[in-house]
Design a protein around this ligand. Structure first.
Ligand code: IMP
Ligand code: MG
Length: 178
C-alpha cells in the first residue's frame, strides 16, 4: 500500500483492513462468551468509534443493545485537553452491564472524565473496549478490558479516526510520517 496525504501531512500504512477485522472478530468472540445472558449495553463514543463499533456489533451474537454518545477532546493532531459532551446519554444504566466502545485511548483524559458520570448511575458492571491504545502518552491511568492493538505514540488516521475531519473513510490505519 502506498503512503497517503491527508491535509498537509503524509501517512504510511500501519494496520491492514485484514488485521483489523481479524482483531475485531477476536474481541467479539470474547464478548460473546463473557456476556452471554447479561444483555449488555454498548456505549459507542462518536465520532471516532463509529466504524469499529459497527464492525464489532455485527459480530455480537448474544442479545445486546447499543447507543451512542459524542465526546471530543481533539483539535488537529494534539489533544486539546478539554472534553466536551456534544450528544449526551439517553439510557438508564442502573443495574446494566455496560461496555464502552472507544476507537483509541491516548492520554486517557476522555475516559477519565466520562467514567465517573457513568458510575454515578450504578451500572452492574462497566468495562472498556478500545481498538487502539497509546500507553506512552497515558496521563490518566486506565484499565482497558478488551484491547485491539497497543501502538507507539504516533498520530494515526483511518478506520473512523480523522485528522481534522479527513481520513475516517479509509479501511486501513495509517501512521504519521515525521
Ligand atoms: P484521550 O482523551 O487523550 O485518551 O483521547 C482520546 C480521543 O482522542 C480518541 O477517542 C480519539 O478520538 C482522539 N485521538 C487520540 N489519538 C488519536 C490519533 O492518533 N488519531 C486520531 N484521533 C486520535
Ligand atoms: Mg474518539
Amino acid at each position: 500500500m502506498p503512503n497517503i496525504q491527508v491535509h498537509d501531512k503524509l501517512f504510511e500504512p500501519y494496520l491492514s483492513a485484514d488485521e483489523i477485522i481479524k482483531k475485531v472478530s477476536n474481541i467479539a468472540s470474547s464478548l460473546n462468551e463473557d456476556y452471554e445472558g447479561k444483555r449488555p449495553l454498548f456505549i459507542a463514543i462518536l465520532n471516532g468509534a463509529f466504524m469499529f463499533a459497527s464492525d464489532l456489533f455485527k459480530q455480537i451474537k448474544i442479545d445486546a443493545e447499543i447507543c451512542f454518545i459524542k465526546l471530543a477532546s481533539y483539535k488537529g493532531t494534539k489533544s486539546s485537553g478539554q472534553v466536551i459532551t456534544a450528544i449526551g446519554l439517553d439510557m438508564d444504566l442502573f443495574n446494566r452491564h455496560i461496555i464502552i466502545i472507544e476507537d483509541i485511548v491516548d492520554t486517557g483524559k476522555t475516559m477519565n472524565v466520562f467514567l465517573p458520570q457513568l458510575k454515578n448511575q450504578q451500572p452492574a458492571s462497566l468495562k472498556i473496549v478500545a481498538l487502539l491504545h497509546k500507553p506512552e502518552s497515558s496521563i490518566y491511568p486506565l484499565q482497558i478490558d478488551y484491547l485491539g492493538f497497543t501502538i507507539p505514540n504516533k498520530f494515526v488516521v483511518g478506520y473512523g479516526l480523522d485528522y481534522d475531519g479527513l481520513g475516517r473513510n479509509i479501511a486501513e490505519i495509517y501512521k504519521l510520517i515525521d
